[in-house]
Design a protein around this ligand. Structure first.
Ligand code: ZN
Length: 397
């Protein structure tokens, strides 16, 4: 793989400089990056592009690419990476222009260097090396480049899983959860529940608080929800770093303009990350009981709306992709693999929720995604490509 190192560096620098920010964050989308990749894929046995309509994006589409090298078996190992990047954030915190690639020592800096450019490059060069080896791998080897990972997956993996591209016995690796040594294999993600809590009261003059103050009532209800949810859903699961469910009050909408008016409506939000030990419906039913209690007691409305929810089963610990990756990490990388769960969501959660259970998330990086001065360590990119390359062969090495 080291013979490709120079080309890999060049490709990652190119990718960083093709800005692919979602229209949700005032960007133009991923079409230029997809066009750049399409030009490189001619050696694959099958190339298919799935452009989904989104008028806000450049050319009106959000592109997705599926490319496959055939192996002995039709059963495929898919490596799924995303084209989009998050915005730079505060530019003053960056030492270089976030959308220009800068090489400093063993690192390449730029937005998207780690998330997800590094793995786009390592999976691409793994495929190239398989092709150039002239050896037929046991499993077919597929690359998937998706759009819209950073803001909901609606124009990416969520649509792709409905296209009959993937088969239930295929294997999936999503290089979007990393550890610095490359020893952590992610097999589970917490459920996500975002709530909007609208609490009603009586709008009044600040000097005459003779009705219900919606702000005070909201604070009490949210704090009560916070405490009751933590107590009720208190299970521990040590696969996860933060081995418990979290229920966090987050955003609060502005209410009245002036200090001397008591608000009649108050809107707050909660971000809940729930261990797979619990069924989301069970959590929602419990929240509904609390909501109803306050509504009946106070004779005033409380609305709780689910802004977003997602949940996915855990990948069993002994499926083939877990075993293959573990073996390679021990033998090639000389690390002791450990299985983990995370609180965030990746494409792996979407796959698992559609019962594609032979799915892991893994790659090697320091964890600078979404931060200023995001970087990729060049050697991680090369070493991960070796692992990706070996995955579809039998024996593994
Ligand atoms: Zn990512």
């Amino acid at each position: 793989m080291n013979e490709y190192k120079k080309d890999m560096i060049k490709m990652l620098c190119d990718l960083i400089e093709i800005k692919a920010v979602s229209p949700d964050f005032e960007g133009e989308g991923e079409v230029e990056k997809a066009d750049y990749l399409m030009k490189k894929l001619d050696f694959f046995d099958l190339i298919q592009r799935y452009d989904y309509k989104d008028e806000r994006a450049k050319d009106g589409v959000r592109p997705n690419i599926v490319a496959k090298i055939k192996g002995v078996l039709n059963r495929t190992i898919w490596i799924i990476t995303h084209l989009d990047v998050v915005p730079a954030g505060n530019k003053n915190l960056w030492k270089y222009d976030p959308f220009k690639a800068n090489i400093e020592g063993n690192k390449i800096y730029g937005r998207g260097a780690e998330d997800n450019g590094q793995a786009i490059v390592s999976s691409f060069y793994a495929a190239k090396a398989i092709h150039e080896s002239k050896k037929l791998p046991k499993f077919s080897f597929g690359l998937v480049f998706v759009s819209d990972e950073e803001s909901g997956n609606e124009y990416g993996i969520k649509k792709l899983v409905k296209e009959r591209i993937f088969s239930k016995d295929d294997m999936f690796l999503v290089p979007d959860v990393s550890s610095p040594k490359g020893d952590a294999i992610e097999i589970a993600e917490k459920s996500v529940l975002w709530l909007k809590i609208t609490v009603h009261g009586d709008q009044m003059h600040g000097s005459r608080p003779l009705g219900i103050n919606a702000s005070r009532r909201a604070m009490k209800i949210v704090l009560d929800l916070d405490e009751k949810l933590h107590n009720k859903f208190s299970a521990r699961n040590y696969l996860f770093d933060l081995p418990y469910s979290t229920f966090e009050p987050t955003k609060r909408e502005k209410n009245v303009d002036n200090i001397n008016t008591i608000p009649g409506v108050d809107v707050s939000y909660m971000d809940c990350r729930i261990l797979p030990n619990y069924d989301l419906q069970e959590v929602l039913d419990y929240i509904e009981n609390i909501r109803r209690f306050y509504e009946m007691r106070d004779g005033k409305r409380v609305d709780i709306e689910v802004v977003h929810r997602s949940s996915s089963p855990q990948t069993p610990e002994n499926v083939e992709i877990v075993n293959r990756l573990k073996k390679l990490l021990i033998e090639v990388r000389k690390v002791e693999p450990r299985l983990i769960g995370i609180g965030g969501n990746t494409c792996a959660a979407v796959l698992r929720s559609e019962r594609f259970l032979d799915t892991v998330a893994w790659f090697t990086a320091d964890g600078t995604a979404h931060k200023p001065n995001e970087y990729c360590i060049i050697q991680n990119m090369v070493e991960d490509a070796k692992i990706f390359y070996l995955l579809p062969f039998e024996p593994l090495r």
